[in-house]
Design a protein around this ligand. Structure first.
Ligand SMILES: [Cu+2]
Length: 110
């Protein structure tokens, strides 16, 4: 990920102190967990192909990976919109933020 560091908390802030990124880490961990699940799933599909399993069964698993990847993208985009984008605007990088979001929107439709 090439995002700016998370500076805006999506979840409720800790009771006191600055929290030192506890929530940020949980967020990143969730995203990494999603990726790990997808990687494991893909290895399973590879094994199915190597073992000449039925195409329909392999395709069903592949569709499931696609759904998992979409969920990963949603989570990452949500994180970006909640953290990097507001930070970019606060830092006066409005045009860059808008250009990037437009680019993402176009790519997501291809
Ligand atoms: Cu971001």
């Amino acid at each position: 990920m090439t995002c700016q560091p998370l500076r805006v908390r999506v979840l409720a802030p800790p009771p006191q102190g600055d929290g030192s990124g506890t929530y940020m880490q949980a967020d990143k961990k969730q995203i990494l967990n999603r990726l790990a699940t997808i990687e494991g799933h893909l290895r399973g599909i590879r094994k199915m192909v190597e073992q000449d399993q039925y195409c329909v069964d392999i395709l069903k698993q592949s569709y499931a990976v696609e759904r998992a990847l979409k969920a990963f993208e949603s989570a990452l985009l949500e994180r970006h919109l909640a953290s990097c984008v507001p930070t970019g605007f606060k830092e006066g990088r409005d045009n860059e933020m808008i250009r990037e979001l437009g680019e993402l929107f176009e790519l997501s439709r291809k």
